[in-house]
Design a protein around this ligand. Structure first.
Ligand SMILES: N[C@@H](CCC(=O)N[C@@H](CS)C(=O)NCC(=O)O)C(=O)O
Length: 243
């Protein structure tokens, strides 16, 4: 509860900026699509899911374009043509197919990866363990996104402090568990971290940005993993922004 209260100013600022944005006619910031053979990644600059896909594409050496979409606008940022659910990330393949759902997109990237570029082991216990770690990380990110919506989308008079506190507890417990999982994550000699590390860093950085009070508690392993990852351009270039 105390931790959540400390995040209020960050939410208030975002709410004001979000309200201003709804008044803007600009729906999708149109990055001109230069090359019809290049994939397009739709999504915002704060989303931990969009960032996870962006980093995965970069680590695999795949060219792609970003199109910035704000799904909190009244028309879902115009993304419903690509995803009727009105959610991002959406990855538009070079044949025009739109892929949704972070884990399914990353599965596609692994199914079609060049030799040595897989993000997760193809099979066996290591695959199960790394997918579980990514699952915990994704869960932390989902709860963090839910807490953003709870605080900025719901009118102030309808906010439910107990639910916000519950989300905060889930995020805290999830980060604590990731701290133990991160202790056994091996940093690769080639500086190309694999999918579980990407997922953990995306979740941790998102919470640090959107809910800074929830990362005040010392989690040295996650903090060090984030620092090491963000020394790489694939991570630094997509660090989450409260736009
Ligand atoms: N489970 C989905 C979650 C995607 C998601 O929640 N994306 C957010 C942006 S961070 C979104 O588009 N939210 C709009 C909405 O749910 O209405 C995934 O992993 O891709």
């Amino acid at each position: 509860m105390e931790a959540l209260g400390a995040t209020t100013s960050s939410f208030d600022g975002l709410r004001m900026r979000s309200t201003c944005k709804i008044a803007q006619a600009l729906v999708i910031l149109t990055a001109t699509h230069q090359d019809p053979n290049t994939m397009i990644l739709f999504g915002g600059k704060l989303s931990p899911f969009v960032r996870r896909v962006a980093i995965s594409l970069t680590l695999q050496g795949r060219p792609f374009e970003r199109q910035i979409v704000n799904v909190l606008q009244s028309d879902f940022g115009g993304i419903t043509d690509a995803n009727p659910l009105g959610r991002v990330p959406v990855l538009r393949l070079d044949d025009g197919t739109d892929l949704i759902e972070t884990s399914a997109i990353i599965d596609y990237l692994d199914q079609t990866a060049q030799e040595g570029k897989r993000l997760f082991p193809a099979n066996g216990p290591a695959r199960i363990a790394q997918l579980q770690t990514a699952g915990y990380a994704n869960g932390v990110a989902e709860k963090g996104v839910a807490l953003v919506y709870e605080a900025i989308r719901r009118p102030a008079e309808l906010q439910w402090p107990d639910w916000r506190a519950r989300l905060g507890q889930q995020i805290t417990a999830g980060l604590d568990h990731l701290e133990t999982l991160a202790a056994s994550a091996e940093w690769p000699a080639n500086d190309h971290p694999r999918g579980a590390i990407v997922a953990m860093v995306c979740a941790y950085d998102f919470i640090a940005t959107a809910h800074p009070a929830l990362t005040q508690q010392s989690r040295p392993v996650l903090a060090a993993l984030s620092a090491r990852a963000n020394a790489l351009s694939a991570f630094a270039g997509s660090y989450p922004l409260m736009t």
